[in-house]
Design a protein around this ligand. Structure first.
Ligand code: ZN
Length: 136
């Protein structure tokens, strides 16, 4: 069994946005040379989230809108006494920041509409992404 990992850095452009990172993740899996195993994608941040869903501009806006219903900015949170981003922490905490998928015969097993989407909730800033592949 082999273990392979890579860390990517990217910049977000807006305070809140959805970014498609599918191409980068799939390229990294190809680079790993691992044909059968497990892919772990981890966003090491507490104010952004990682989901698997469709790249469609309307749906990406719906995601942001629905998250704003769930935890609106300046919602009177305790954390906002020391920082102004409690809404972003809450969204990240409830959605999560990592995903695990199988790799079978060189392909990441995912649904047709399951793209890797980063939800930025406290940008713009530089973000890191850890891609970890284990298998053979
Ligand atoms: Zn904070």
């Amino acid at each position: 069994m082999r273990i392979w990992s890579k860390e990517l850095t990217f910049s977000t452009k807006r305070h809140r946005e959805v970014l498609d990172i599918t191409g980068e993740v799939l390229a990294a899996v190809r680079d790993s040379g691992i044909e059968n195993g497990i892919l772990l994608v981890q966003l090491p941040h507490a104010t952004a989230a990682l989901v698997l869903n469709e790249v469609e501009s309307g749906l990406m806006q719906d995601l942001l809108d629905k998250l704003e219903d769930f935890a609106p900015m300046r919602g009177g949170y305790h954390h906002d006494r020391i920082d102004d981003n409690a809404h972003a922490h809450l969204k990240s905490a409830f959605i999560g920041s990592s995903r695990v998928l199988p790799i079978v015969e060189g392909r990441v097993v995912r649904g047709t509409w399951q793209n890797f989407l980063v939800i930025e909730e406290d940008g713009p800033r530089t973000r890191r992404l850890v891609i970890f592949v284990m298998g053979e």
